[in-house]
Design a protein around this ligand. Sequence first.
Ligand code: ADP
Length: 482
Amino acid sequence: MAKQELILLAIDNSAILDLMDRALRAAGYAVVISRDQSSMQRSVQDAIPSLLLVGETFGGKDGFSISTGMLERFPTLPIILFANQDTTDFAKSALKLGLSGYLYPPLKMSDIVDEVQRCLVRARGLGDWLRREVKRTTASLEEKNKISESERSRLETIIANIQDGVIVLDVEQNILMINQAVIEIFNLSGRSVLGMPLKKAIQNADLHALMVRSSEGALKYHEVNFDDGRVFNAQYTPIPKVGSAVTMQDISYLKELDRLKNEFIHTISHDLRSPLTAILGYTELIERTGNLNENQQVFLQRLQGSVQHVTGLVNDLLDLGRLESGFDMRREVVSIENVLKYTLDMFDAQIKSKKINVDVKIELDLKPLRANPIRIRQMMDNLVGNAIKYTPSEGRVGIGLFMQNDQLVLRVEDTGPGIPPDEHSRIFEKFYRASNKPASVEGSGLGLAIVKSIVDSHQGRVWVEANPGGGSVFVVLLPAHE
Ligand code: ADP
């Protein structure tokens, strides 16, 4: 035996206790004797014995229940139970309980020492195995940690070198990671923003608008504008179990191209207007210069139709140019309900000829808008006009006007062909016409671009949804006038 191991004896029977004490000491063990329950508890806790030898009853308590209590607190402590006599039931119970061994009379000194030794060897083996397992698990955890550390630094290097701005946020929108591009975009050099709430670290209204609307699930992209003319497209992506990420691409050059293209279109439209007016004027004059034969009449009507169509297009383009340049600042108190009435009057003949069922629902306490009445009418004409235009005969158009908090909501739904979901985000672009538009329906693809510009200039939002029963739903949110 390498070093003295401590055996705790908790036995009532003094003759047996004496025998055990002598046998164990003679075999080189240190022995502590407990006289009662509380001294046994103390000894186990303070002296940390290598083994407990407990009687079938001790201090008036059943040895099994003492052992159970001990094993609950010290699951690796070897316990030998001393039974007053050998019975199968006793042995079974001892095994069931998970005791290390048991002794029973008649006892020889060697029996005691052998059983104690056997139990200690087994406990040591168990201890070694446990230590090995702990070591192995720790090593594998360390290895995993090392891998995730190296993965993390690799990820950081990748993110740091991406040209686009990347911000990684936790669920409470505190900054977990940002890359060099973001530091440059927002001029953050020299400031430590890690761990800070995004709102506090980066004070940019467009970025905050994106975060607020994205967490509501309404928006995934937003333009972030800077006073010096830079424009970024910020994209929000939720990341499960982490939070979210915002990526930012510099689209200043695209914006500049867009501006040049718009300027070009505006100039061309402007220059086309005078000759078109002249052509239309002369076609009217031709009719007055003398009688025309039937063919000449037909050709002239076609000519007038085409010129009117191009004039309409040019006027739409000029209108869009004016809206986009932000000159449209006229604001009055507008009742959208009245606007809808005029629009429905205008389309009355079309509604009747196509036998469309128009269902209007208007909430009682609608608040007015502070808006340009002409533009709101234009918006309404385009949305209701499209619904009627794209809905086949005998279809249904539903128009709803209601309040949602301080916003006025306009919903125009129809039972037309609908718009493919992957085109929903493009449908408000200039000249864009959906891939599934019916061949028979004419259009320029400018109406919805005008709608979007009008809604934007009134600080509202517009989007399209699929109508669950088929067709589409256009939704406009506009801030109500208090
Ligand atoms: P258009 O002059 O072509 O109607 P818009 O800008 O008003 O131009 O609309 C753009 C495109 O969106 C249309 O060409 C059509 O494909 C689609 N669209 C608009 N409104 C509807 C609608 N209510 N139902 C189905 N498709 C629609």
